[in-house]
Design a protein around this ligand. Structure first.
Ligand SMILES: NC(=O)c1ccc[n+]([C@@H]2O[C@H](COP(=O)([O-])OP(=O)(O)OC[C@H]3O[C@@H](n4cnc5c(N)ncnc54)[C@H](O)[C@@H]3O)[C@@H](O)[C@H]2O)c1
Length: 245
């Protein structure tokens, strides 16, 4: 119960990595604001409540500052504070770059990168007043090393690394840490649709010889959200079973 009395906001928490991260933080005692832009967030919240956890669901689009205000307000209105922000919401719209539409570029950048900026700005103001806070951004190995067919996605995820380091520098003096994780291939709805051949190719290069699970990611986020990581900030942490090293 390391996070008892703390409040976390997890974006994109209806399923996949976000849901696993939110579940882990709740297991550690945190109150959690679950956000997603799909109605699935209400069902997820019911599952959490049935397990005895304190959560509130807020449907909203992280790329819209007005929605983000409501997400953050739910934390302070319901629990009186905001200690942990996990910028997890993300989408893909893959295509070879020369065939990628401007709309697909803008949509992915707006959700994956501007969404994190919007949430960091809104949550950061509260954390500044509290003189503490933990911000964890969910990037990807694609943001570190690029990926064919993912110009928009990898640019958004690389942007998150720059956003993380700047946030760490701007807010560090107030006791706020900001780190970014770069998961490799994790079993989720997002990766389920990838062609089998591509997955097998990845597998050959993963030192641990298996794909990651959402729980593998949640365990690292739990460390970064806890006081055990108080002297860790501005860091990029690969969670990829040794895919790239
Ligand atoms: N699965 C992987 O292998 C993998 C690897 C590296 C990074 N990631 C990153 O992890 C994060 C979660 O991925 P996942 O595999 O769980 O994906 P997913 O598609 O299963 O879940 C994404 C979640 O984000 C929500 N979402 C999408 N757009 C949103 C918006 N505008 N506002 C609020 N919520 C929104 C969805 O409703 C959903 O709950 C993403 O940022 C993704 O880029 C995933």
């Amino acid at each position: 119960m390391q996070l008892k009395g703390k409040t976390a906001v997890v974006t994109g928490a209806a399923r996949g990595l976000g849901k696993a991260i939110a579940f882990k933080l709740a297991q550690m005692g945190a109150n959690v604001v679950l956000n997603s832009f799909s109605d699935g967030i209400y069902k997820t919240a019911e599952e959490f409540k049935a397990s005895g956890y304190n959560v509130v669901a807020v449907k909203g689009d992280v790329s819209k500052p007005d929605d983000v205000k409501q997400i953050v307000k739910a934390a302070t209105d319901t629990y009186g504070r905001l200690d942990i922000l996990v910028n997890n919401a993300g989408i893909t719209k893959d295509k070879p770059m020369l065939m990628m539409s401007e709309e697909d570029w803008d949509t992915v950048l707006n959700i994956n990168l501007k969404g994190a900026f919007n949430c960091t700005k809104a949550a950061g103001k509260i954390m500044l007043k509290q003189n503490s806070g933990k911000i964890i951004n969910v990037s990807s190995v694609a943001g570190r090393y690029g990926n064919k067919g993912q110009a928009n996605y990898s640019a958004s995820k690389a942007g998150l690394i720059g956003l993380t380091k700047t946030t760490a520098k701007e807010l560090g003096a107030k006791g706020i840490t900001c780190n970014v994780i770069t998961p490799g291939l994790i079993e989720s709805d997002m990766t389920e649709v990838l062609p089998d051949e591509l997955k097998q190719n990845y597998l050959k290069n993963i030192a641990l010889g298996r794909f990651g699970t959402p729980e593998d990611v949640a365990n690292v986020v739990a460390f970064l959200a806890s006081e055990d990581s108080n002297y860790v900030t501005g860091q990029v942490i690969d969670i990829d079973g040794g895919l790239v090293m």
